[in-house]
Design a protein around this ligand. Sequence first.
Ligand SMILES: [Zn+2]
Length: 122
Amino acid sequence: MGDIGDRRVHVVLPDGHVLDGQLQARRRDPDGRWWYGVTVELPAKAVEPVPGKDYSQVPTTVQEHWPWLIQAPAAPGEAPVLHVGDCAAATGRLEPVQHAELARGALVDSWATVCDVCRPAP
Ligand SMILES: [Zn+2]
């Protein structure tokens, strides 16, 4: 889906789940209600094709690396370490991070530390 910039929104589903989305357009109807056109990224298993439709021209990306990784602490008392996705120093238990905002959030209040090798700056 590409970079989610400053039009990122949270989409709250009727069951309470919250998805990241990107605001594409908004419309006010004649009764004064607002409607938002939002793109959301979902796992493929959650999307069903419409029979007879051709999706061969849909832009497709094969992602080789997660943008960022959070490495679990090596020992009790140590902080998690934030890496760029292809950092050779990332080892152990790794949690992928897709969005820059989440990677920045890991650094807030020194919850995680920055890898000395790759020096990520989300
Ligand atoms: Zn690193």
